[in-house]
Design a protein around this ligand. Structure first.
Ligand SMILES: *[C@@H]1O[C@H](CO)[C@@H](O)[C@H](O)[C@H]1NC(C)=O
Length: 190
């Protein structure tokens, strides 16, 4: 019987350690701990304004839901920017031929890969899949967005018409990567 109080102490210490990791994300009230997306956005992300907007629009009530909302916003934005690029590629204007045409094609491909990585991230979040796999997909999405920007570096004279949407996408993807890193095994189903 002497072992039981000791085991209880060990359990309490482990529990306290587990809770401490999450506590910065929580706002404690008398009986329940409410998730505060504002705190998570401010603590974790580089582009806080964008994160707060997504948080407010989604009404996310858990870290996982906040990451999912950001991934969804990134997916929608990728589809928008991809469509803009497709329109330019379809236009007969000389402005979008030649080297600019090649840059547009490269970006279009990057956005397709970004979309794929984001959709896989979304599935991993929904199914509480492996955190390592999630981070791999979110990093890939971030890399593909950068790949497009690198291709555009070859056409310094030309401005990139979808610049505004591209910049928003860059911020959203950067935030999803930062937020995803804050999820831990606690959020996974084993
Ligand atoms: C671009 O052209 C293709 C082939 O004609 C067409 O299917 C597609 O809808 C066009 N895209 C846009 C955004 O206009």
């Amino acid at each position: 019987m002497a072992g039981q109080p000791a085991a209880a102490v060990v359990f309490l210490v482990l529990f306290a350690l587990a809770v401490t990791g999450e506590s910065r994300l929580m706002r404690h009230t008398n009986r329940i701990a409410l998730f505060d997306p504002t705190t998570m956005c401010k603590d974790a992300t580089q582009f806080q304004k964008v994160c707060l907007k997504v948080a407010k629009a989604s009404g996310a009530t858990s870290p996982n839901a906040l990451v999912q909302a950001n991934v969804e916003a990134a997916i929608t934005t990728t589809q928008q920017v991809s469509k803009q690029v497709e329109k330019l590629m379809n236009s007969s204007s000389q402005d979008y031929q030649g080297i600019m045409g090649s840059a547009l094609s490269a970006c279009r491909e990057s956005y397709d890969s970004t979309l794929d990585a984001l959709q896989q991230s979304q599935a991993l979040l929904q199914n509480r899949g492996s955190h390592d796999d999630l981070m791999t997909q979110l990093s890939a999405a971030s890399t593909f967005v950068t790949t497009c920007k690198d291709s555009l570096g070859e056409v310094p004279e030309a401005s990139y018409p979808p610049e505004k949407v591209h910049t928003l996408l860059h911020k959203l993807v950067s935030n999803t990567l930062d937020l995803g890193a804050k999820l831990n095994d606690h959020n996974e189903k084993h």
